[in-house]
Design a protein. Structure first.
Length: 77
């Protein structure tokens, strides 16, 4: 009787530990995917004054050039 309850206890402990690790894995994977998607989405700009290509966040229509500070509109493809 003691060995059966010990086996069930070990099985419950193992299942709870695995589900905890799996839950952490899903949480951090979901969080990191969102963070990397925000970083990856960029708008491309081309400076007409100094001929430099640069990127900025999506949603900005004009952005100053990091080299000469001239405000440029984003490229559209």
């Amino acid at each position: 009787m003691f060995s059966v309850s010990l086996s069930v206890g070990a099985l419950v402990y193992t299942f709870s530990a695995l589900s905890f690790v799996l839950g952490l894995w899903f949480y951090y994977d979901f969080r990191d995917r969102g963070m990397y998607d925000r970083e990856r989405r960029k708008a491309i700009f081309h400076c007409i004054r100094c001929d430099k290509l640069y990127a900025a966040r999506v949603g900005t229509e004009t952005c100053p050039c990091p080299k000469c500070s001239f405000r440029n509109s984003r490229l559209r493809f």
